[in-house]
Design a protein around this ligand. Structure first.
Ligand code: 5GP
Length: 137
């Protein structure tokens, strides 16, 4: 399917919508999820316009996963996370709600995860968690 450049993450990438960012370079952006399933729920997205993991070229996929690892280490250190769930949904049938490929890093256990994209988090609390992650990068 053609990439929808009006999706929320494309608009965040263009600076049209705000996001609490923890890391950015020329290829990747990491920012806090606004409906976190656990404290510190972070999203890592490649900047290239790909809808699902299957649409992402191999070089971008390889680079993005390196940043996923970097952010996971910062979450572990900054938030003293004991375990991190890495989740990636490809396709609406898998439950993907935003059609720009992204990796969820959720400091939690698969047995404890809350409902997906269901409840808005507290912005001040999310901002404070982002500062701890950034300080640990
Ligand atoms: P998906 O269902 O596509 O795998 O995950 C999309 C994620 O994006 C969900 O966890 C949801 O909470 C989050 N999300 C949806 N809209 C926004 C937004 O405007 N800003 C941020 N930071 N996260 C969002």
């Amino acid at each position: 399917m053609a990439y929808d450049d009006q999706n929320i993450f494309a608009r965040i990438l263009r600076g049209e919508l705000p996001a609490i960012k923890v890391y950015e370079d020329d290829k990747v952006l990491a920012f806090m999820d606004i409906m976190p399933q656990a404290e510190g729920h972070t999203l890592v997205i490649p900047k290239s316009p790909a809808e699902t993991l299957l649409d992402l070229d191999a070089e971008d996929a390889a680079y993005t996963i390196q940043i996923v690892q970097k952010i996971a280490r910062a979450i572990e250190k900054g938030l003293d996370a004991k375990g991190i769930v890495l989740m990636q949904l490809s396709g609406a049938s898998a439950g993907q709600t935003v059609p720009h490929v992204h990796f969820h890093l959720i400091p939690s256990s698969i047995h404890e995860l809350g409902r997906h994209a269901a409840t808005m988090g507290d912005t001040d609390k999310i901002q404070a968690l982002a500062e701890k992650i950034k300080a640990a990068l």
